[in-house]
Ligand binder design. Structure first.
Ligand SMILES: Cc1cc2nc3c(=O)[nH]c(=O)nc-3n(C[C@H](O)[C@H](O)[C@H](O)COP(=O)(O)OP(=O)(O)OC[C@H]3O[C@@H](n4cnc5c(N)ncnc54)[C@H](O)[C@@H]3O)c2cc1C
Length: 495
């Protein structure tokens, strides 16, 4: 069982200065609006980056605006991910407007879109979300070079409970090494959010252009429609809070009890929180999830502790890896022992070899694996336990660890609604390259990497029940799709 975390502080705490890093100092006497470039934390509530940007604006008696740069299919996003994100942003715009904050949707990558925009506004500072992923870090480097000296650039870790650079200053070996560091810091960081104050200076600058959301979403769906949207997960901050706390089917309010006992049973997928899409797009704050979960600890201690272990320790360990290991998505990023054992066994004879296309179409001889692949393709979220089995089998059935890793990441990022995320890269690295794991008994193909097989799954859960569950899911999705002539796969009632 995961060790318990310390009780969070219930009274609102001020912004912790270590949550921000000054990437570029800017003018000592700033004047002009502050712009919050929102990227990874797409929410108006419980957002430390927005709170910091508002404080910065208040300090220099300046107005505040929020900007989002819509890149062209960032990390290969498909309609599934783009639709979810854009519908969430449409909600967000309304929420920001209610707070008196204008929302600008810019087209293009941040280093191309932001400098001209900031110059037009006469902005004095840019506040950015933190992401450990390479392209986002490269954008920030480029922005620091391209923006005039007078414009400050601040980066805020609004995604992690403990900012990644505070939790650890190095690449951690595993959960065992980062856990005590994070737990020690929770009294300081797992605190209630302060209220976002009304803007110190109202926005009187250029009005954000009207956005034809329907057209924008249609365009994204047309261009990237190969992987259609899913209909079971309503996007947006309100829906995210409903998923966490809703009276009807909220995870904490209705389902938490079974998390400890059932979370590794793919037949009982409702035991999981289902929060990963919201967390990935930042439509909910992990800190909010943790604060609310804590309130249920008296009744469901083991479930809450297990949930906080996944939500905080495992998730933030993934950010630690991607932040301190630039090769987070290749064999090069694995530990030396794992690389060696994998290469020692790279040429071992495999019982089956499948191509990427065969795997993508779920055309293997293993009905359990095929079901997991179909769950991902049709439902957009594979059960967490099956993700491990799924990725490990790709290692077993391809021409070596490099190919296996690249196929796993390709499929994960293409079909998972929560894909293109540090937890995805780390999940694939864990399964295929033994990351954050230990060496196990040596065997063909896997070497010392932990092995999983069909018989083991059969002992653990009702394999046939899972296959039948996915079959039903696929049937329902196909039926919905054929009933729906107007859009690729889905109707979002509230968007
Ligand atoms: C091969 C593989 C690929 C994965 N790909 C992704 C991915 O693309 N995106 C993604 O968010 N997660 C990924 N994971 C991690 C994990 O499987 C998912 O986060 C989880 O299944 C999401 O469902 P949930 O929110 O219902 O989980 P819950 O069990 O309810 O967990 C709550 C939250 O804790 C975090 N969490 C849970 N398990 C892990 C974990 N093992 N590592 C890091 N954080 C975790 C997630 O943020 C999750 O939303 C992957 C794991 C593997 C083995």
């Amino acid at each position: 069982m995961a060790p318990a975390v310390v009780a969070p502080t219930a009274t609102p705490a001020p912004f912790h200065p270590d949550r921000v890093r000054v990437l570029k100092p800017g003018s000592p006497s700033p004047s002009g609006p502050v712009v919050y470039w929102m990227f990874r934390d797409q929410r108006a509530t419980d957002n430390w980056a927005l709170i910091h940007a508002a404080a910065l604006a208040a300090r220099s008696d300046a107005p505040l605006a929020v900007a989002f740069c819509l890149s062209h299919r960032f990390l290969g996003a498909h309609a599934r991910q783009l639709g979810f994100m854009l519908r969430g942003l449409r909600h967000l715009r309304g929420r920001l407007a209610a707070l008196g904050l204008p929302f600008f949707l810019l087209r293009g990558d941040a280093p191309d879109a932001l400098p001209g925009f900031l110059s037009r506004l006469g902005a004095s500072a840019l506040v950015a979300d933190f992401s450990p992923l390479r392209p986002v870090r490269a954008w920030k480097d480029a922005l620091c070079e391209r923006l005039p000296a007078a414009v400050a650039v601040h980066e805020v870790d609004a995604h992690n409970v403990v900012p990644v650079w505070v939790a650890s200053d190095k690449l951690e070996y595993g959960a065992k090494t980062i856990r005590p560091k994070i737990h020690r810091l929770l009294t300081e960081y797992l605190v209630e959010f302060p209220q976002l104050p009304p803007p110190a200076v109202p926005w009187t600058g250029e009005a954000p252009p009207e956005i034809d959301w329907d057209e924008l979403i249609d365009e994204a769906l047309r261009e990237a429609g190969e992987v259609p949207e899913i209909g079971w997960c309503e996007p947006g901050e309100e829906a995210a809070m409903e998923a966490l706390m809703g009276r009807k089917d909220g995870f904490l309010t209705k389902r938490l009890k079974h998390y400890d006992s059932d979370r590794n049973d793919p037949v009982k997928s409702r035991a999981l929180s289902g929060l990963s899409p919201y967390l990935h797009f930042g439509q909910i704050s992990a800190q909010r999830c943790a604060l609310e979960a804590w309130k249920f600890r008296k009744s469901y201690r083991q479930s809450v502790d297990a949930f906080l272990e996944e939500l905080i320790v495992r998730r933030e360990l993934a950010d630690n890896f991607c932040y301190y290991q630039p090769h987070y998505d290749s064999l090069q990023g694995a530990w030396e022992w794992a690389r060696k054992t994998l290469m020692d066994h790279a040429a071992d004879k495999r019982e089956h070899i499948y191509t990427k296309e065969q795997l993508e179409k779920a055309e293997t001889a293993d009905p359990l694996w095929n079901a997991s692949q179909l769950e991902m393709v049709y439902h957009g979220k594979m059960h967490g336990f099956m993700r491990m089995y799924w990725a490990k089998k790709i290692l077993e059935w391809t021409n070596g660890p490099e190919e296996a890793l690249s196929i796993a990441i390709y499929l994960n990022d293409k079909y998972e609604l929560d894909g293109r995320d540090p937890s995805g890269y780390v999940g694939c690295m864990w399964s295929i390259c033994g990351l954050h794991d230990q060496g196990w008994k040596e065997r063909p193909v896997f070497g010392k990497i932990r092995y999983m097989n069909y018989a083991g799954c059969k002992r653990k859960f009702n394999v046939d029940g899972y296959i039948a569950y996915v079959k039903k899911l696929v049937g329902e999705t196909k039926k919905r799709k054929s009933d729906d002539h107007s859009s690729p796969a889905v109707k979002h009632s509230k968007t």
